[in-house]
Design a protein around this ligand. Sequence first.
Ligand code: ATP
Ligand code: MG
Length: 590
Amino acid sequence: MLELKEVCFTIQKDGEPVHLVNKASLAVPRGHFMAIVGPSGCGKTTLLKTIAGLNPESEGSLWWDGRNLSEEGDLEPWEIGYVPQFSIAYDELTVDEAVEAATRLRVKSRNLEDLDQRIDRVLEETGLAPIADRHIKVLSGGQKRRLGLAMELVSDPKLLLCDEVTTGLDPRSEREIVHLLHDLSRNDGRTVILVTHSLAHLQLYDSILVNHEGSVAYHGPPGQLTHYFSVDDSEEVYPALAKQTGEEWQESWAKHRVAYYRKLERTRELHIETGVIKLPASEESTGEEDEQATKKKKKNKTAPLRLPSTFSQFGTLLTRRWKIFFRDRTQVLLQVAILLCFPILVTFFAERGKEPIKRLSDIPEENIVLELQSRVEVREDQIRVGAAVSGMIMFEVILLALMGSNNAAREVSGERKIMEKEKFSGVRPVSYLLSKLAFLTCLILAQSLWMAMFVEFFWQFSGSFVSHVSFLILVNASITAICLAISSIMKTPEQSSLLSIYLVGFQLPLSGAVLALPEFFENLTQPFVSAYWAWSGSIDALGGNIHTAVDVITETELSPGNICFFALCAQTMVGIIAAWMGMVRHQWDN
Ligand SMILES: Nc1ncnc2c1ncn2[C@@H]1O[C@H](COP(=O)(O)OP(=O)(O)OP(=O)(O)O)[C@@H](O)[C@H]1O
Ligand SMILES: [Mg+2]
């Protein structure tokens, strides 16, 4: 039995408390099929989210089978299924793959057979078995709603909450879904609550809850609905509701509640008589039957479900990420194009960087004129080569920063709702973070190594290739990590993309490699500019001659390689920690 006792969900608006759920009190027995109806904006979703534990109640208490959820903790993730108003599946996957991923993420299966059985059962139950191989992007609205249900049913939830899963469907599909939900409530005492605008198929529900301005205006048998609102037809309920405020309806409901609950209880007895809801054995039978029932119960009783391990969830998320990546052709083409074209752009500058620089030690000291002339030549060489090398390294660094931003800017924000839904279903944020890091690391390594090797082929670096590669990997990694953090903190993919582009756009001017910045400003910004550290570290890795040449053309001080290495590692770590904090944060509403 689910019970709400005087539950409020209150927000502050202009310093005043506003009750979006106002002292809701109701009781929903096991195996019950209930509809929450009401006009748009009356608070149906808010009430459903409060029941789910997504909106923490500010007053009152929620109970499940005599357990105070407010004090003893929420239901376990597998005990509750929540089908939200939005789609929770990736278009690139097939029905079968989506249900398999949902099962692997939510339920620890004993073996592959157990997993397959669970998936097959759910596909059969929701009527999706014949279209299991179909891609989600080609499914009809009704099929997508069934899929949403299937993904929740994998853990056999005892409480199934559905938000508007019939909205926008044609009458036939709507009828089919309501019938399906009705049937689901007739299994294993599963309570099903459906939020809907529609007042069709009322006879299928065990009870109807009418919500108005955050208050419960009615919760009773569907047959008594028109009587309670003194209307001839259920379609007239909404106009009748508008005649009073939510609080007024709540007051009058408080007076009639007990009488209507009795009627509801009688309806329930009807179910008991027809065998739909089974009472515990002790209430139904005696003696031998009792013993048999207990034995059967023991036999049927399966071990409680357990969540898969963090590592298992990580594996599922990573496999799914690669599948989605390879099926998104535009994404793959874009990645390949930037992977191949960006290094080519850099090599256009390689020729000038390859030119030798005369050394001062070659100058004959006794001839002052010759010495001065040679000094001028050395200086000219240094300016020419230094500018070319500095520009080329900075170009490499900026292009890798751009790749980093492209890698991660939408990685979390683009799928935030699905992630929040999956977190609610038991997926750990750390599994998410690890899967994102593993996926992005592959991109970073491919991009940075290819860039370094391609440019090396045309240029032949004078210094340590390994150090140079390390700085290229690190600049890509630090920008990727920071953009991942932006993506998990920002509310929309548009916001995170824009901010990530700005981040890259400011790298060049703030690095000081082109124009020296005022000293106080440089001291302030330099620690945060990844491009400066990668540029400076790479110049250091190229060796003394190049280092001196670049020193000649820039007023910005170059830092030793080990400090640059440390700064980039620190930025990457900060990005990862911020990304994790963003992922942990509850961000259901945006
Ligand atoms: N976290 C929140 N902060 C502020 N306002 C909120 C919050 N959640 C909901 N609301 C407001 O509460 C009201 C009820 O919203 P809710 O989404 O519950 O309505 P609904 O009955 O589900 O509407 P619909 O039928 O259109 O889906 C709306 O005015 C909404 O803007
Ligand atoms: Mg809603």
